[in-house]
Design a protein around this ligand. Sequence first.
Ligand code: CA
Ligand code: CA
Ligand code: CA
Ligand code: CA
Length: 255
Amino acid sequence: MISKIFVLSWIVSGALSTVAVPAAAATTHYDGRTEYRAPKADAAPVIDGVADEAVWQEAKWQDLKHRWLGPEFSADDFEGRYKVVWTENKIYILGEFVDDVLIDTYRDPLVQYWDDDCLEIFIDEDFSGGDHQYNHNAFAYHMSLDNQAIDIGTDKSPRNYSHHVESHWKQQGNNIIWELAIDIYTDSYDDESETNVPSSLAAGKVMGLMVAYCDNDGSELRENFIGSESVPYGPKDRGWIDAGLFGSLVLVDSR
Ligand SMILES: [Ca+2]
Ligand SMILES: [Ca+2]
Ligand SMILES: [Ca+2]
Ligand SMILES: [Ca+2]
């Protein structure tokens, strides 16, 4: 169970009673979440893997620094950080990564996609936290090197959500520059409908966001899983289930 349940015990009529009292809204997320304040973009960035839009200069970097799975790794093996900006229609993420070997062993996008090099974008439209394994309380877009977005559907099977995410990356020197434009859907998203409408966004909105990278350099299974948020206890690779791990993304008019 999530932290911040205050357990009060006292003696009532000679019997020991225990009552769990949630500590206000803090019950939805774990301690130590980051807050990212994303500036608004007057014009949407062009998704081309080239970060030459001026608005990117206004957003701050956030590191992927939490090693969730795998052994210690060097800065040549993996380094990652990201920025976020937004418009009324979408959020935009700029990722900058070092990865010494890029690999796409499982070419079927729906097979073992987390064991290829894979950028994971976790989004919870209303920062509700909670379980999102087989529902759309939150999305966990697994971005493959061929720019496809995969998550588990309500039918408990992997599905292709590439129509939610425009994605393009380019190798520049030692770095991978990855730009993404993402439609934001609420928890009422219906996998069987073709008329889901993305939410429109406004300053002051708070969403849940977490970014992670699965690094594989030639092994059968991913070698490392590195994320932007800490996992204080329990299995560290459960962002695809537990939206209480996500940080907050606050949409602001300017930095
Ligand atoms: Ca661009
Ligand atoms: Ca690597
Ligand atoms: Ca939610
Ligand atoms: Ca790799």
